[in-house]
Design a protein around this ligand. Structure first.
Ligand code: SF4
Length: 340
């Protein structure tokens, strides 16, 4: 008798970076289960990233907004998903509400960390051992196995597919120059300004890269458009602002053309890692301890010997913002040139 095909529903994180850090879990599930159907429930802003993961069968966009419980909407979605007959759900966020849809969908096995006391909502409960699993990607990957089972290291690396036709179309639409090596700069970081390298530093770096023969593209979302405009203006024409002028899928495709990516600690840093691009990642108020880019070609830059760092604040509580201000464009340029 043929074995039934396993069907798993993942409830994805809400951030692009965390979504990429979950990809080793997806790969591990495919290693464990042959002919797996792996669907992912995700918000609209991370869905295009998931659609570029070869492990994902289907992305189901959630209609939820940040904040409210939206009990009725979750119940409706759960009821609608019953027809899909999933055997297992794996819930990656720790919130109570994120575990509601698999419960309402009557999925027999519902796995995740205890999080916000999700006893009953989940029935395969993992307790986080932060010392054994220091990395976010390891914590997610553990959910492929039984609680407390050792995870399989090394973890598979995230990998995104690239749409070459869309890359050509986007380059043409934005009038970008690909005749020279491309440097992509990512000046945004949704978490807050304390994670953002100053715009004048980005502009100075863009000028230097222009002199070295690079075509410099600024990538980011609609919220980064103003800072992108400021950098482009200060760069004396060296940088082209693409922030907010592409959707996420096109940003992925543009980034795939980069010889080097210079980025804050942001979702796009993890996108660059999944595309195998050489990265110079700039850390200010945050640390790479739990969520480093999963990449062999990333250089992580941080100002040494600063007692207040990392503070993990969204805004600099001391006002001087030395962690980023004193990370100079000259030092970043030296790292780029060492990357070869
Ligand atoms: S307190 Fe220190 S680490 Fe935090 S933002 Fe300010 S300078 Fe950076």
């Amino acid at each position: 008798m043929p074995m039934p095909m396993p069907r798993i529903l993942i409830v994805a994180p809400n951030w692009i970076g965390d979504t990429l850090l979950a990809q080793p879990l997806f790969a591990r599930l495919h290693q464990r289960f042959q002919s797996l159907t792996l669907d992912v429930l995700a918000p609209a802003w991370t869905a295009p990233v998931l659609a570029r993961m070869p492990e994902v069968s289907e992305v189901i966009e959630t209609p939820f907004v940040h904040g409210p419980l939206q009990w009725r909407e979750r119940w409706r979605l759960g009821r609608a998903l019953r027809a899909r007959s999933y055997d297992t759900a794996i819930v990656l966020p720790n919130s109570f509400k994120s575990a509601l849809v698999p419960f309402f969908a009557d999925i027999p096995l519902r796995a995740g960390y205890v999080g916000e006391s999700r006893y009953g909502l989940l029935n395969v409960l993992h307790k986080l051992d932060a010392r054994r699993l220091p990395l976010m990607s390891e914590r997610y990957a553990q959910l492929a196995d039984k609680p407390r089972e050792p995870i399989h290291r090394p973890l598979p690396r995230p990998t995104l597919t690239v749409d070459q036709a869309n890359l050509l179309i986007t380059v043409g639409r934005l009038g970008l120059d690909r005749s020279r090596p491309v440097a992509v700069l990512c000046p945004g970081a949704e978490y807050g300004p304390a994670k953002r390298w100053p715009e004048e530093h980005f502009a100075a770096l863009a000028r230097s890269l222009g002199v070295q023969g690079y075509s410099v593209w600024l990538l980011g979302g609609p919220g980064d458009r103003a800072v992108g405009d400021a950098i482009a203006a200060q760069s004396g024409g060296a940088a082209v602002n693409c922030c907010g002028r592409t959707d996420i899928a096109s940003a992925i495709d543009l980034m795939s053309a980069a010889e080097v990516v210079v980025t804050n600690d942001s979702g796009l840093m993890h996108v660059a890692a999944a595309l195998g691009r050489p990265i110079v990642a700039l850390y200010g108020s945050s640390s790479s301890e739990h969520t480093p880019p999963l990449s062999d070609t990333a250089r992580l830059l941080k100002l040494d010997g600063l007692e207040c760092s990392p503070c993990y604040k969204r805004q600099c509580p001391l006002g001087h913002f030395r962690c980023m201000r004193e990370l100079t464009p000259r030092r970043v340029l030296a790292e780029i040139n060492e990357l070869g």
